[in-house]
Design a protein around this ligand. Sequence first.
Ligand code: ZN
Length: 419
Amino acid sequence: MGNAEIKSALWEQIDERKDELIQLCSDLISINSENPPGHMEEITKYICSYLEQNNIDYEVLRPCPDTPDIIATLGKDSGRTLLLNGHSDVVPVGDLDKWDFDPFSGKVENGKILGRGASDMKAGLGGLLFAMAIIRKNNINLNGKAVLTVVPDEEVSGEMGTKWLIENNVVTGDACIVAEPSGFNNIEIGQKGSVWVKLKARGKSAHGSLAPYAGDNAIEKIIKILKELKTLRKIEAEYPPEIADVIKKSKEIAKEELQIPGVENIIDHITVNIGKISGGIKTNMVPDYAEAEVDIRLPVGIKAAIVEDKIKETIEKYSLTGIDFECDWKAEANYTDAKSEIVEIVAQNAKQILGVDVTRTYQWASSDARYYRQKGIPTLQYGPANTEGIHSYNETVDVKDVIDSTKVYVASIIDYLNQ
Ligand SMILES: [Zn+2]
């Protein structure tokens, strides 16, 4: 049998066994894995027992006692390696009163699975697990191996999950599919960079009635730097011409999804969010201390160093003294070639299953995908999604999308490993 016959036989089986697939996703949702706090033992145990029941080899590694990483393998060591990735943690449910249903029920209603993690990303993860199980059950010969990593900490940094696995060469591969929620008709092939800035200003206290002649106002120093950081928003990215089409599509998607006038600019501009600020003791005192935290996101074509340069330039411009700053969580914008083999394979399979062309876009947020791309591994994100509930309330996923993306995963594993 050629790939085409194998794929359509497996697609038929997925349709026949769709209740098992949906049950798997519901079970994953019903296990609370909110992060923080990140109690990941129960969900890890569940996933391991699923792998065991389906005769899939796996191991659990713990860079820290509380951060179990699961690595499941299918196929053989010779040939290429296709990495598959999903995170098993979810963001906290927040205010329960804002949910119309129990976020841990995993109930299926009106063609949707309900609950925290439905889209981000327990349905995508369920799809990957099911895809491996169905390939294993049918004893499909693979001329290489598929390696699934299930990580426990994507929602809080990925330090002990994907970052640890990749930077220590625990896993590596020739391409990677991350089952993050991209939408059934969209493949995410890049993401913005980010810099989180912590600013601290020290000054000199004095009686408020003497300002500005006496004392040295720390709040005013912070305000000057924040004002200058905000000017970064006006800079337009200079990106290579071959990605112009992806940028254009990404802007269209942002506009359509977010429905806010001008929001498409987030794709090719720097965004600056002043997220925290504090300082001062009393109205009639000149403040001798103030601090602020800023979240800055950088489009493809602009390097993270621009932020530090801007702060240094501002300190010089106003001859500011007593300023300390730290740039945390620094990541460069990253992307995979829109025409790379893995992207073509997923796009073709999605088109065959859905009957529509899928777009190839960059996302405005970021995820673990960057760690693979930093290692030079072509990486895409493809997974079922209803965006409105992600990191918010009333999260759901469409049953049909879960089934379709599982078909795409099965087909793409086979096409990539058995050319
Ligand atoms: Zn996610």
